[in-house]
Write a protein that binds this ligand. Structure first.
Ligand code: XMP
Length: 320
């Protein structure tokens, strides 16, 4: 059992100093590797790891083909400004190959987990000679996984999976005593920029969590374009999270006087405190109309846009 450090009792500088020592002690003269997605947890562990290990920590952004527009570039630029070199590894083909023909939501999530940890990361770790994988797991990830609410892709030991046996490397989780608020304090103390903490949540399976049915490069591109419009137009309304979902069913539409059997995008915008329950944000109708107009004009093949008005539960925030 991991003992929690509450955000009230946390002394970020003392915590950072202690974890730097612990990472150095564990890794010794070996090398470590970590994957950076640009989310708060992996960003915090990246900076902490570089403080501890310098160049002996290799930081990789896995381009899985499922990320939002320009995401790799933005993450690399941000970390360059923090003095951390991030390597981008192109694994798009492997992820799309693993997702080919897969339509069941849990099977899709599992395909992404396996491709990431076993295939892509397993290979990178072997090639780099690193013995350690540094990971930004926090206590909430473990709680939710153990409670069976949501299987987090970064939780293994608590599920009885030995990563050394399963994947060939040891996992270090220096943030595991913290919850989100404590982790933010540590991230801020490490000098991460405030924009990072105000970003809306984004799921581990990335845009694949927003494609109903088969995940293909084309379908991801459709949801990626719609996501960019939604994120730009719905920023600044104080919503907890907003996203676009690509449906599998087609509907009859018309464009330039001709019938078009087109695709449907569902927009979701949630008010929530902790993502456990959520309700749709009461957005102005004019805003929704403008949003729909921009999506049908700029996203090829889309003829229908809907706004989800059901609550979580029974909905969930993502669609997959
Ligand atoms: P759901 O869809 O379960 O999402 O209502 C609740 C919150 O969690 C995010 N989410 C994930 N985050 N890995 C993550 O790190 C995942 O696999 C994952 N699935 C959902 C979701 O965006 C929302 O904020």
């Amino acid at each position: 059992m991991v003992k929690a450090i509450t955000s009230q009792e946390l002394d970020p500088q003392a915590f950072i100093a202690e974890k730097i020592q612990a990472i150095r002690a564990a890794v010794g003269e070996e090398r470590a590797i970590n994957a950076l997605s640009g989310g708060v947890d992996s960003s915090t562990v990246t900076v902490l790891g570089h403080r501890a290990l310098g160049d002996r920590l290799r930081t990789i952004f896995v381009e899985n083909g499922l990320m939002r527009e320009d995401e790799a570039e933005q993450v690399v630029d941000l970390f360059r400004s923090l003095g951390v070199n991030v390597e981008v590894v192109d694994a798009r083909e492997e992820f799309f190959a693993a997702l080919k023909g897969v339509t069941d939501p849990e099977a899709k999530r599992e395909a992404i987990t396996q491709t990431f940890y076993r295939q892509v990361f397993g290979r990178l770790v072997r090639e780099s000679g690193a013995r350690f994988l540094l990971q930004g797991t926090i206590l909430t990830d473990i709680d939710e996984t153990v409670a069976g609410i949501k299987r987090q892709h970064n939780v293994f030991a608590q599920l009885g999976i030995d990563p050394e046996e399963a994947f060939g490397y040891r996992i270090l989780e220096p943030l595991v005593e913290l919850r989100k608020d404590g982790m933010r304090k540590v991230g801020e103390a490490l000098g991460l920029p405030p924009e990072l903490f105000t970003r809306i949540p984004f799921p581990g399976p990335a845009l694949a969590a927003r494609v109903i049915g088969e995940v293909t490069p084309e379908r991801i591109q459709t949801v990626r374009l719609a996501t960019a419009v939604v994120e730009r137009r719905l920023a600044g309304f104080g919503a907890f999270q907003y996203l676009a979902i690509l449906h599998e069913d087609r509907v009859t539409g018309m464009r330039e006087g001709r019938r078009e059997f087109g695709q449907q995008i569902e927009v979701r915008c949630w008010d929530s405190v902790d993502a456990g329950t959520a309700r749709p944000t009461r957005l102005p109708f004019e805003l929704l109309e403008d949003l729909a107009r921009e999506i049908v004009e700029t996203v090829p093949g889309v003829v229908s846009v809907t706004y989800n008005i059901a609550t979580k539960p029974p909905s969930t925030i993502e669609a997959v």
